[in-house]
Design a protein around this ligand. Structure first.
Ligand code: NAD
Length: 437
């Protein structure tokens, strides 16, 4: 089966490469020519473990092709996955202009049956809009060509995208025809072989499942952050609380870490978009409004602790920052808490020295010369007045308290992810501040 994947970002490229790896012939399409040129050489524009290997192998086998125009391959493919961006527009709703542009192109140029699959995260009702848009274009040229629309939301996690795609917890597919369902069964058969279930639903439910999943995860994060902040005030330790409640099988252990708030390209925009969808249907999602409020506050919490420590006298202080990406194993800085923290530090007159194992080029692009981008961990805290741990990359875990003491102007550590042993740090003479401890 031949497949086109339109939009070759985190979701599209991973989908295309993994589908090619399962033996399908895949055309990855993107309007960004620089990206396409890079990918043709087997280079991934994003940092994801294992992705380049899969790309290179399947390019060599001739199963993975990159191009900028969908029209040229449209006759050849039966399935078109749409994985373009759905950024928030001014009021927080999902901006569907790219999704509908893809639908228009398909409607304009298709000459035979197509299964049009939306992989992007889109509000309930979008598949209907896609269908209408394609039909409008067909009507314009008096063409009667059968097609199906479907919703197949993506649940991959950045940093583990390839593994998640190849070994998904579940595959959710919203369809409205037997023909579409049969194609999906064939498409995902290689994945189901390993015991991963496909859940077929109606289209609206599939669209809602994606938002509900992200909203639930964001809720857990904000809930734990809220409880952590209370722990600090009442003398409890959030790591103990986490252990205690996580052992309850109804709650489970995952996604219970307190920290500096969620970021990334999905949770913030999806929570906003779901709130907006509810408003459009005259409903107020009060829980999610609180989730968002808590998260916005949490992104400033590390700065507030530092600011209080220095009694609001931060001018000319050198502050080290470990980790810039919104989470480990990705170079994605979209909505990263580090950006909020850096802005506060710069506004307060600090000199910021930061290091991230992979996000430095992206940080340079976004932040220019406003902060010092260091070559290694040590440079961030040499002569520093405080060190802030923002992203919990593996290589930050073994920070030596003796080194902090020897090299920092003042050995003060603000641990935004609770990865260090507070007792050990304090024993070694480092002033330690975590979240909710
Ligand atoms: P991205 O910004 O990394 O990639 C989108 C790509 O689409 C870009 O490369 C852009 O150039 C391209 N594009 C835009 N318009 C186009 C067009 N008309 N034709 C061809 N290409 C076009 O976005 P992403 O992070 O991959 O997210 C895509 C969608 O998937 C979003 O709706 C997102 O919410 C959802 N999603 C993302 C993740 C994630 O972890 N990043 C996970 C699950 C779902």
């Amino acid at each position: 089966m031949k497949i086109a994947v339109v939009g070759s970002g985190y979701v599209g490229l991973v989908t295309g490469a993994c589908m090619a790896d399962m033996g399908f012939e895949v055309f990855c399409i993107d309007i960004d020519e620089t990206k396409i040129a890079k990918m043709k050489r087997g280079e991934s524009p994003i940092f994801e473990h294992g992705l380049e290997n899969i790309m290179k192998m399947n390019i060599e086998k001739g199963r993975l092709l990159f191009l900028t125009d969908l029209q040229s391959v449209l006759d050849e493919v039966e399935v078109v996955f749409s994985a373009v961006g759905t950024p928030p527009d001014e009021d927080g709703s999902a901006d569907l202009q790219y999704v509908l542009e893809v639908a228009r192109t398909i409607g304009k140029y298709m000459n035979n049956y197509k299964l049009i699959v939306t992989k992007s995260t889109v509000p309930v009702g979008t598949a209907k809009l896609v269908k209408e848009t394609v039909q409008e274009e067909l009507n314009k040229r008096n063409a009667e060509i059968p097609f199906d629309v479907a919703s197949n939301p993506e649940f991959l996690k950045e940093g583990e995208a390839v593994n998640d795609f190849l070994r998904p917890d579940r595959i959710v597919v919203g369809v409205e025809s037997e023909r579409a369902k049969a194609i999906f069964e064939k498409l995902y058969q290689p994945f189901v072989l390993n015991g991963h279930p496909i859940i077929f639903t109606d289209i609206a439910s599939a669209e809602m499942i994606k938002y509900a999943a992200n909203a639930m995860l964001a809720t857990r994060i904000s809930f734990m952050n809220d409880i952590a902040n209370l722990c600090e005030r009442v003398g409890a330790d959030i790591s103990m609380v986490k252990k205690g409640i996580g052992s309850d099988t109804r709650i489970g252990r995952k996604f219970l870490n307190a920290g500096v708030g969620y970021g990334g390209s999905c949770f913030p925009k999806d929570v906003k978009a779901l709130i907006k969808t509810a408003e459009k249907h005259n409903y107020s999602l009060d829980v999610l409004k609180a989730v968002e409020k808590v998260n916005n506050k949490q992104k400033s919490i590390l700065f507030n602790k530092l600011n209080n420590y220095y009694a609001h006298q931060l001018t000319h202080k050198k502050i080290g920052l470990l980790g810039l990406s919104f989470k480990p194993n990705t170079d994605d800085l979209r909505e990263a808490p580090s950006l909020t923290i850096i802005q506060h530090l710069l506004d307060a007159g600090c000199h910021v020295c930061a290091y991230d194992p992979v996000a430095m080029p992206e940080a340079k692009r976004r932040l220019g010369n406003s902060i010092t981008l260091c070559n290694n961990i040590e440079e961030t805290f040499t002569n520093a007045d405080a060190l802030l741990l923002v992203t919990e990359w593996h290589e930050f875990r073994t920070l030596s308290p003796d080194k902090l003491k020897a090299l920092m102007r003042k050995p003060v550590l603000f641990d935004g992810r609770n990865i260090y042993d507070d007792i050990e740090m304090r024993k070694a003479g480092v002033e330690y501040f975590g979240i909710g401890r």
